[in-house]
Every structure is written in C-alpha cells, then in structure tokens.
Design a protein around this ligand. Sequence first.
Ligand code: ADP
Ligand code: ASP
Ligand code: MG
Length: 484
Amino acid sequence: MKKQVSVLKFGGTSVGDGERVRRVAQIIARAAESEKTFPVVVVSAQSGVTDQLLRLALLASQGERELCQDELEQVRFRHHEAAARAVLNPLHREPLLRELDEVFGLLTEAVEALLAEPQRHELGAAIAACGERFSVLLVAAAVCEFGVSASPIRTEAIVTEAPEQDPSQPVGVPGAEPLQAETREQVRDLVHPLVTQKTVPIVPGFIGHTPEGLITTLGRNGSDYSATLVGAALECHDVAIYTDVDGVMTADPRLVSNARLLQHLTYVEAARMAWFGAKVLHPRTLMPVVALQIPVRVRNTFRPHLRGTLIGSEGHSRSGAGAITVRRKLALITVERRDLFGAPESAAQVFELAARAGASPVAICASSGHYLAFMVDEQVADSVVEMLQHDHESWCVTVRPKLAACACIGSGFTADPMSPARAITALASERIPVVTQGASDLGIMLIIEERESEKALRCLHRDLIAPVIPIVRHAPREPRRAVL
Ligand code: ADP
Ligand code: ASP
Ligand code: MG
C-alpha cells in the first residue's frame, strides 16, 4: 500500500530552545516509524525570534546601525546556543553551525540593504523569513541525531502574490495571498523526491515567495496556514498542529484557568473561533483543508501522549455555547444617511470604500435602511472614516475605538433559546455594558469596551461553559502513539 503523508507542524514555543528542538525531533523520529503515514514537517521560528527580527527591520529602516549590530549578535548567539543543546555530537554540530552562519549572512545582507535604502519595506519579509530558515536547520539536524534521515528545505515552499505594502506604516510583514496551483506544484517538487527516499522534509512555515522571487510571508502566526497549504498540496492523510497547550480549549487557558479541552470541533466552529481571536490557530488555517476533508488535530508538544482536539466535518453537537473568544483592538464605525431614508446601494458603497481603505469588516453589527454599523481593526479605522467622509457628504460617519468582540461560539448555540439571555445576563451581573452585538447561526458576538474584555471573557465562561461542559480528565501519562 502506498503510504500517504502526515503533516506535523511545530510552533515557536515547541522549538523555543535546544532541548525543545530535541523533544520535537523525538516526536518526528517516532512518526517516521509509522507503518501508515510518513511525516512531512513544518516549523516556525523559535518563539520571540520573529519579534526580534521585526525589531531589527524597524531599526534598520530608522538607520540605527549600532542597535542593529547588537540585535544581530543576539540572534546569532541564540541559534548557536540552541544548536549546542539540540545536537550533541560535535561532528554533526559543526556543519549545522556553518549552515546557521550562512543564514546569518543572508540576514546581515538584508539588514544592510535596508540600512542603505530605508524605503524598501519589502525587505522586512526577507529579514523576518530568517527565523524559519534557522529553525529548519536546527530541527533537521536534531532529527538526524535520532537516526532518522531528514533534510531542511532551504527555499520557501509557498508561492504567493506580492502583498500590499503601505509605505506610511512601519516596516512589517503584511500577509500575502497564496497562489494555489503554483504552491501545489512547488510543494510537490520539493517534498516528493525526499519522501520517496524516506527522508523527512523539514519545511519552513510562514514564508513564501512571489513567482518573480520576492520573499513574502503569510502574516504573523502564519505557520499554521503554511502547514495546511502544504497538506492540501500533498493531499495528505492529516495535519497535526503541535503547540504549547493540550488542544483547542473553551477559552484561552492563559486567561481562564479552568478552560476545558474541546475534543471535537467542526471546521466552521474552529474557523469562527480563530477569526474571533483564538490565537491557537491562524484564522485562515482551515481554508485549504475543508474541501479535501483533511482532518486537523491540535495537540501538545509537551504532552504528546494526549489526543488533543480533532477538527473535521463532524463536531460534537451540544446545546449552547462551546467556546468563548475575544478579539481586541477593534473600532465600531457607524454610517448614517443624513436624509434618514434608506438607499439599497448604500451598504455596497460603504463596504467598497472601506475595502479601498484597506479594511474588510471584522463583523457587521446592525443595518437598517439608512443606518449601518460594523467593526474593523482599530489600525485601519481612521483611513476608513476618511475615505467614507471624503466620498459622501450625505453620510454622517462616527468611529468608536478601543472595543473588543466577545464571541460565544457553538453549533448548538441557536438551538438553546436561553443562551443569548444567559450571555447578556452574565455581562450585566458584572456591570459590563454591551455597546452593540451581532449574531449568526454559530452564536453571538457582544461588543464591549476593550478594558473590560478579560473580565467579560471570564464571566461568560463561568456562566455559559463551566456549568455544562465537563473537564476532560486525562489518564496518567500513557505512552500511546498519535492516532487519528
Ligand atoms: P504556536 O507558537 O505553537 O503557534 P501560539 O502562541 O500561536 O502557539 O498559539 C498557542 C496559544 O494560543 C496558547 O498558548 C494559548 O494561550 C492561546 N490560545 C488562545 N485561545 C485559545 C484557545 N481557545 N484554546 C487554546 N489556546 C488558545
Ligand atoms: N514565526 C512567525 C510569527 O511569529 C509565524 C508563526 O510562528 O506562526 O509570526
Ligand atoms: Mg501560532
């Protein structure tokens, strides 16, 4: 029987230092023993490294040569240190250090280029890309130490369009749109020869290039999206997203201490959670795999014996909310026609103008003939307002920043007539006013002041989730292999 591939993605904390890289290598080496599937691995930069590289890019664009030098040295030191702990045999480590220094050379060149021409913001992606380039080298070398053949992919696997750069914004990594057919061809060309030779490919997440060769990225936190793009290109058996929590939880476990593990989620539930702020998955992660019905399992690198959360076409139908998420840094924009009469074309015009200002609505909250209210990311709010006011004198446009959306999500939310009432009552009990709200078949979204968002998350979880969703008790550590 021809083996299919399993895509395994490891996030920044999972490869955060040399010991962790070894732990990841061990998981990969075990997966390579599987009779059923062969692993293809996608990795992120070590946690904090992308932030550091973006700081470096900003300093370079401001002409801060000396500060750049300091940051560069720290980046080099961190990766050499990780190599020393990830790869124990000096005979294996020496070539690794040389390869890390080659990437370091690329990084230094890109920084020099930006120092020389600070307006070239597209170099931000070339600089940020080095984090994943370092990681693939570390992980591949560590896997080889476990006696399994592995090879780092040194080029960017994803082919994308050129991203829209806003020269008025500080240098950064705007997400670029992947080109499906080109990505499929490139991923297959890069991966198939290695898999045929039973060598585990270690692919850099997050980064891509345009057909013309410009380095791009999928935007912050984009490695999850890389993993499913790679998985779809290979028509893989499954994708495992290894991270630092047990799976997708009923709320961010950093903010809600008794958050429960969700063992099953549908694609739409998980996508909605990601859209409304659950950082555990990049919002676009599930797009490439839905049509192919490829299951995605989110699991914990540090507790690999747990089965985590399975995301697929079938969830676990339960009445009421299944999870609470918060998306911050939002602004509410309202547009009202001064003549108080509705014009059917107004909404279309408003959203077209907003798109021209670089914004798509995060959520639409209210609409009547002459009135429209929608949420956008705070950073684009001013340009949207400017665009709307400039184009239409008959519109009265207002903006209210510093808001957050608390989303109560679950396929069974609308089936339980008490759920919306419980949500509003929970907020009222903490004296948290609801600015506005929106609803869909998957739940409701309550817009509140951002400063109250943590309190709101906790009380919604306390009243909607804790009484109905039991805590999953894990058996004591079982050395069971990952199965889907
Ligand atoms: P990685 O580096 O592995 O990509 P991220 O930091 O991007 O990891 O995502 C994992 C983090 O997502 C967790 O540490 C957790 O704090 C956060 N998170 C937010 N919401 C949720 C949720 N509903 N379930 C699980 N984790 C969540
Ligand atoms: N390294 C990138 C970031 O920090 C991508 C990722 O980790 O998913 O945004
Ligand atoms: Mg992430």
